[in-house]
Design a protein around this ligand. Sequence first.
Ligand SMILES: N[C@@H](CCC(=O)N[C@@H](CS)C(=O)NCC(=O)O)C(=O)O
Length: 220
Amino acid sequence: MSITLYNYVLSGNCYKVRLLANLLNIKYETVAIDFHPGKEHQSEPLLKLNPAGTLPILVANGQVFTETQAMLVWLAQQHDPSCSWWPINNANQLAAVVQWLGFSSRLSATIGELRLHSMLNNTINIDSAQHGAKICLRELESHLTEQRIIGQQWLTGDQPTIADVACFPYTALSPDAGIEHDEYPLIRGWLHALRSLDNFLTMPGIHELHELGSTIRDKT
Ligand SMILES: N[C@@H](CCC(=O)N[C@@H](CS)C(=O)NCC(=O)O)C(=O)O
């Protein structure tokens, strides 16, 4: 089986794919794309693969995927015999996973855009993105609080799924967008649980010290 990821190391969406591949021990190749400053993702050869001009792009056995969520579904469905990361045998949980995949798009559209603005000076409506980002984080905190009450550590149950993977990067990276995690203790705990998974893979910009500090603070 041949899997190739067109990758940019600082892209949160590319990282979702690398993270899941690592967690599931999936072998793949990467093609490094000069996203910045080269804008190679908008060059002719890349636009032939993905007319939307975005990364990541995944080519798996000749099939081209241009949406991160589809890549996560495909990787989990192909490589997770336990069906826990993409729980196809449980309709309620499966629908909840899809719901949180949708939520991950809101994180990309707010925190992701703010991060691109602070890193690359992209033009965006900062107030609206910050407002949207805070609404997302409050919603996530409140959901994790409800999950904690019913004894579940993850977004949709007592096992992590691709929904947790999809929501992790931009939540973890929100300090890059100027939004710290101090007000969100349950989010900090969930981020920490994700980092503690076997085969967790980090990326540049995913801070550790802040959360560890918070965990220690919470215990005292
Ligand atoms: N709908 C796509 C969007 C991916 C996306 O927006 N990727 C960013 C990088 S993280 C991108 O390529 N942006 C294009 C640009 O800023 O020029 C997906 O979910 O995979």
